[in-house]
Design a protein around this ligand. Sequence first.
Ligand SMILES: *Cc1c(COP(=O)(O)O)cnc(C)c1O
Length: 376
Amino acid sequence: MSIDFNSLKTPCYVVDESLLIKNLELLKYVQDKTGCSILLAQKGFSMYSVYPLVGKYLKGVTSSSLFEAKLGYEEMGKEVHIYAPAYKEDEFDEIMKYSDHIVFNSFSQWNKFKDKIKNSTKHIECGIRINPEYSEIETDIYNPCFENSRLGTILDNFREEDLEGIDGLHFHTMCEQNSDTLERTLKVVEEKFGEYLKGMKWLNFGGGHHITRTDYDVEKLIKCISYMQEKYDIKIYLEPGEAVALNTGFLVSTVLDVVKNNMDLAIMDTSAACHMPDVLEMPYRPNIINSGMPNEKKYTYRLGGPTCLAGDIIGDYSFEEPLKPGDKLVFCDMAHYSMVKNNTFNGINLPDIVLWGKDGAKIIKTFNYEDFKRRL
Ligand SMILES: *Cc1c(COP(=O)(O)O)cnc(C)c1O
């Protein structure tokens, strides 16, 4: 049953369960073909009401913080991995409680916490995040290898003498990229860190693999995984966030008013600043169903949010018919890096979270004044 957008109260994020399953099936295919393990990176998508479903296909979660680790532990209950640029002493015992793999950003962090891990009764695998100083990302804020990056240990700082107790290496250098980028990245990883990989149990390829995009070369990914597994006799982990939820969700919104200042402007009940911050941060232009580029269709509007921020602008779009208050607009690809990043700036309420399944809409969550007030 396809989504009946008109039946939904706005604004709301609605995730289509069947589209999510399609992504998960492709990811499972990669696991089945190679024996690798794929983890959901919760940073990109933490809609935990679907974790039981995700857990039917993937091996677990990866986390960037204590809270994400706890959420994955509680709500999926499979493998929990964690990486953070630095861990807090007062959180580390709890992190150990939830995590099966802990990846350290530096040897100083590893040396600080390794006794805790050695003395624990729980078996925890440990890794070091390496920075191969190679990436093909052009936007600096999304490039973990940009100059003076704090993310990962560069070869110059790698301490072979401190490797005892380290089970694997981890790199994360990609963002929305195809497997040819991975292939070139692996070459550099091998050149720089290949000799250390030989003694390891695993290598984690991080996230940024756009596996579920239509033009993604899945067979090349499979080759890359198999090549590394065979050459170094290691297990491979991947931890995509975006690829799990890519093109599975929508943000449904309503036009509140139409005004004019040199051009036609529409004010929506959803905000770029609050509900789709990547539109301003990344930045990017989300697609809207039945819309075109400016002037492509007859009526062009600049869409803006209901906040007082002048720059709360979603973008310019054209439509076959003039917009009027009450019209619904549907933004595409809004499941990832949306719910996890939204905020109540300006006292704007958060969108409902809806799951669209076989039986139609299931309202997962609604928000109110208390959600706004409690954080202040
Ligand atoms: C952000 C992140 C991911 C997920 O990245 P996507 O681009 O969403 O696939 C995985 N691992 C680490 C360490 C990250 O920081």
